[in-house]
Every structure is written in C-alpha cells, then in structure tokens.
Design a protein around this ligand. Structure first.
Ligand SMILES: Cc1cc2nc3c(=O)[nH]c(=O)nc-3n(C[C@H](O)[C@H](O)[C@H](O)COP(=O)(O)O)c2cc1C
Length: 307
C-alpha cells in the first residue's frame, strides 16, 4: 500500500522520527512518502493510509501538524490513520507508555486514528536551545513501531478502515449553518427590540401582558446576547472544531428551544416564525448530540485513552 507519513516540526527533530517510522513501513512492504506537514497538499487521494506526527510543545502539537489534520479531516476520517508525538527529551517515553495530551487526543478522535504513540524527543544540530543536541536518540524503537503499524495495516479488514460515519462532515456543516443563521438573525432581532421606541415600531406592548417585563429591552438584550452571540460563538468554535465545540452547539440549540418555549408561555400566541425557530433549535440540539456521541464514543479510540 502507499502510505503517507507527514510530520510537523519546529526545530527539525521530528523529521528524523518520521523517517524512521517510514523505514519501518517500508520494512513491512509498503511504499512510503515522508513529507513535512507545512507542504500544502491538494488532497490525500494518492495514499491508502496516513501517519501523522507532531512535535509536542507545551501540550500542543506543532502548528503545521494541527493544521494538516484539520485541513484534511474529511479524508483522514475515511482512511486508516495513526498518530505519533515527538515528546519529552528525557527517557520517560521509553520507560513507559505516555498518553497524548488532551489536545492531541482530541485531534486523534476527530480523525478516527487507530492509535497514538509518544516517542522521546530529539534535538538536531542547529536546534535553537541549549539542550543536548545531535541525533542521539536510538531510533530502533521508532522504526519497530512503523513496522508494527505496517503489519497492522496489511491485515486490517477493509471495513475497519472507513470507520468514521460519512455523515459527520455533513452534520458538522449543518450545525455550522444553523448556528450562523440563528446567531445573525437573533443579533438583528435583538438589536431591533432594544432600539425600537416602545409602543411605536416595536411589537405591541400587550404581548407582554403575561410576562414579568414591561418593555422589550430585557427580552431584546437576552435575544441579542444569549441567543445571538451564543450561537455565533458556538459556530466559531465548531468551525475550528475546537475541543468541546459540540457542547457549545448543544447549549446554543437548547437556549434557542428554551427561548421559544418561554415566549409561547409568556406571549400566548403562536406564529410560523416561532415554529421555524423551534425546529431549528431542536435540529441543532439533536445534531450536536449526535456529533458528541460520534466524536467521543463511537469514533475508534482503541489505543487512545479517553481524556
Ligand atoms: C522549548 C521546548 C519545549 C518543549 N515542550 C515540550 C512539551 O511540552 N512536551 C513534550 O513532551 N516535549 C516538549 N519538548 C520536547 C520536544 O517535543 C522534542 O524536543 C521534539 O523532538 C522537538 O521537535 P522538533 O525538533 O521536531 O521541533 C520541548 C522542547 C523544547 C526545546
């Protein structure tokens, strides 16, 4: 099989780890391309499996590796994928299995990675720090891991390879669109309620008869801040697939449905617009719940500890 090994590096050390993983995959009989994550790729269509590695820097992967995963997420979700990290400079990674930091575990779950492995870090000559330099770390274990991945890949049943539901990207785009639509229209509606002179252009004041409010100022502020900005914030988080973004979308959907139900109770009239927004709120809620389940439970995390 043709396998892509892609790495994100700041000081060059992870490149050596990626090369050793690549050699292991070649040992196992695969054809391998080892490329830096900063090299832009139009698509991953040439490859049948991908190994992504990133240098760890204060609990996050180096930026190019993070961007690679997010840019190619749709394709990665349909391929067998493995992750590795270039970790601590001491011997801790060879002494025991080090779990990925939460940010990397999140990416691994999004991509449906089969496994994650932390290797000891390396600093290459010319590295910008005063720490020991040189190709000093033994790469046999890294190559052996590449071989093991290669062997696993060769024997994996085809049905195991496309394990993330195809609908995941469509649902992601759906909630993004719904949150944006709700956010923009609620910001507009909220501003209109806040600024409309009472009893002139605003909705009739009689509608507030069964509510604790005597003007539209507070409902307008709630609509603007909670529903409007809340949905826009959820859309921004979901757009970047920040860890926990589906929870933000879930809260935004719940806020919208609660808003409509509260309106119905207080205003005691029903309009088609309320029904439309109630539907949008429930679809947002349901879709966010589905995303949460898929991302946290159903996506394979066989060797990735949940965090
Ligand atoms: C300034 C600095 C910060 C680092 N931070 C971490 C860290 O937070 N966690 C970790 O496991 N390793 C950390 N390391 C180790 C690096 O991940 C390791 O050296 C890596 O191999 C360097 O990769 P690169 O040369 O490909 O950029 C750090 C290294 C340096 C020099």
């Amino acid at each position: 099989m043709r396998v892509l090994v892609v790495y994100g590096t700041k000081r060059g050390g992870t490149e050596g780890l990626a090369a050793a993983v690549g050699q292991g995959l070649v040992d196992a009989g695969h054809t391998v391309d080892v490329l830096p994550a900063r090299k832009p790729l139009d698509s991953l269509v040439k490859w049948e499996a991908v190994v992504v590695g990133g240098a760890l820097d204060v609990w996050f992967w180096q930026r190019d590796a993070r961007r690679f995963v997010k840019r190619h997420l749709d394709e990665l979700q349909q391929l067998p994928v493995w992750f590795f990290s270039s970790g601590p400079l001491d011997d801790s990674a060879s002494e025991r299995e080090l779990p990925p930091p939460p940010s990397v575990a999140h990416l691994a779950r999004l991509a449906g990675a089969q496994a994650h492995k932390t290797f000891g870090g390396r600093l290459v000559p010319g590295g910008k720090t005063a720490l020991p330099t040189g190709d000093w770390r033994d790469l046999d274990a890294t190559r052996a891991w590449g071989r093991a991945v290669g062997a696993q890949l060769a024997t994996m049943p085809v049905r195991e390879r496309a394990h993330v539901p195809q609908a995941m990207s469509a649902v992601h785009r759906l909630v993004l669109g719904l949150c944006l639509f709700t956010g923009i229209t609620a910001v507009g509606g909220g501003l209109a309620l806040i600024t409309s002179p009472p009893r002139l252009q605003g909705p009739p004041a009689e509608l507030l008869e069964h509510s604790p409010f005597d003007s539209y100022l507070i409902p307008g502020l709630l609509l603007f801040l909670v529903i409007g900005l809340g949905n826009l914030a959820a859309a921004a988080l979901e757009a970047r697939r920040i860890r926990g973004s589906e929870v933000a979308v879930l809260v935004a959907g719940a806020a919208l449905t609660t808003w409509i139900v509260t309106q119905l109770v207080m205003i005691r009239t029903v309009s088609w617009l309320q029904l439309v927004y109630f539907l949008i709120g429930t679809v947002t809620l349901g879709a966010a719940l589905w995303l949460w389940l898929v991302r946290h439970r159903l996506a394979p995390h066989r060797l990735i500890p949940r965090s």
